[in-house]
Design a protein around this ligand. Structure first.
Ligand SMILES: Cc1cc2nc3c(=O)[nH]c(=O)nc-3n(C[C@H](O)[C@H](O)[C@H](O)COP(=O)(O)OP(=O)(O)OC[C@H]3O[C@@H](n4cnc5c(N)ncnc54)[C@H](O)[C@@H]3O)c2cc1C
Length: 325
């Protein structure tokens, strides 16, 4: 069957941006395969018809509602495993993130499918799905083809959420799934928040990122103020999280998070390749660096050569004045 199943995650009554991107991408390739994209949402009473149907505007034609504990991988593996057998899907797509990786890997084992992780691009060749993933520090691309069923796990935020990709509300259908004994043994005890994560950096439209050029941990205060007036969040390089200046949750790059905000403002960041791979898909990159030869200027849309300690407060004041607050 040419239809594609796609997992969508919701938080606080909204479907996250990463999942919306996965739905849009699944819909695009399903169309090329001559089929449709059907989404799966797992949760409790908060899974309203309106929330599920809203995925129609991102390209899903049907959304399966599965009543099961949220935030755990195994109940979703049970649900998607069942759906991949009946009604039957050849491919499943995930947006990425820790839960996506865990569910996707479990699902691949459950249904005997091939799995490709950190995928940045999907295409259709000879009527079959083909997944591309960057390897070797993003210097090369590895191409995966599937013999049978295939699971694609995207790199976080690699797929663009396209509102208007679908023509109207999706049909909502309840899937009655029997959970395995072992799937119900784990339970979510609590969800924690970390400093610097009040706005989820993967979902923020504006990120203000700091590097070693800040000089010390206190330097982040000015970035938090700037992020505040922009309605965004603060991110960091590995050099500064390793130094204990900011939480690991905010690290962007090869061993951190991958982001693609509308604005990525890099202050005191040199632009090492390991940092670049985590933020290069940002729509607009603005860099502030006192060294005009810093590599970050090679991939910035706007470069400001100067001392961040003078520029950042002025920028914050100017934006605040413009917003009249
Ligand atoms: C296997 C591996 C994985 C890695 N993974 C990651 C990763 O995921 N993410 C990551 O970020 N790094 C990663 N790194 C580290 C990476 O190679 C760089 O060391 C790191 O990104 C550098 O961080 P930085 O830009 O904050 O510091 P630096 O490279 O030291 O740059 C500081 C910059 O600040 C500028 N500056 C100094 N003072 C001022 C001032 N007053 N005003 C304006 N500019 C100023 C300097 O000119 C300089 O360009 C990894 C490395 C390895 C080997």
């Amino acid at each position: 069957m040419p239809d594609v199943l796609v997992y969508a995650l919701h938080n606080d009554g909204a479907i996250n941006k990463n999942s919306l991107g996965a739905v849009s991408e699944a819909a695009r390739v399903a169309g090329e395969l001559g089929g449709e994209a059907h989404a799966v949402l797992v949760g409790g009473d908060d899974l309203t018809d309106d929330l599920l149907a809203s995925l129609g505007s991102y390209g899903a034609t049907k959304v399966w509602r599965v009543s099961a504990p949220e935030g755990l991988a195994q109940p979703v593996v049970d649900a998607m495993g069942r759906l991949m057998e009946d009604p039957g899907y050849d491919y499943a797509v995930f947006g990425g993130g820790l839960l996506g990786f865990e569910i996707g890997a479990g699902l691949a084992a459950r249904v005997g499918a091939g799995v490709t992780m950190e995928v940045t691009s999907i295409a259709v060749e000879d009527g079959k799905l083909v997944a591309e993933r960057p390897i070797l520090g993003d210097s090369s691309i590895s191409v995966s083809r599937y013999k049978g069923k295939g699971i694609v796990i995207g790199r976080l935020n690699a797929f663009e959420a396209r509102e208007g990709a679908g023509s109207g509300p999706a049909a909502v259908e309840d899937a009655n799934v029997e959970l395995s004994d072992f799937s119900t043994r784990a339970r979510m005890v609590t969800r924690g928040e970390q400093r610097g994560a009040d706005v989820n950096i993967e979902d923020a439209d504006a990120l203000v990122a700091g590097g070693r050029g800040l000089g010390n941990a206190d330097g982040f205060q000015a970035l938090e103020e700037l992020a505040g007036v922009l309605g965004g969040a603060v991110a960091a390089t590995r050099a500064v999280v390793d130094a204990g200046w900011y939480p690991y949750a905010a690290q962007i790059g090869q061993t951190g998070k991958t982001v693609a905000p509308k604005l990525y403002l890099a202050a005191g960041i040199s632009g090492a390749i390991q940092h670049k791979v985590g933020m290069q898909s940002s729509e607009n990159i603005v860099a502030i660096n006192k060294d005009s030869n810093a590599p970050i200027f090679e991939f910035s849309d706007l470069g400001i050569v100067g001392d961040l300690n003078k520029i950042v407060p002025k920028l914050t004041a100017a934006i605040r004045a413009r917003k009249g607050s």
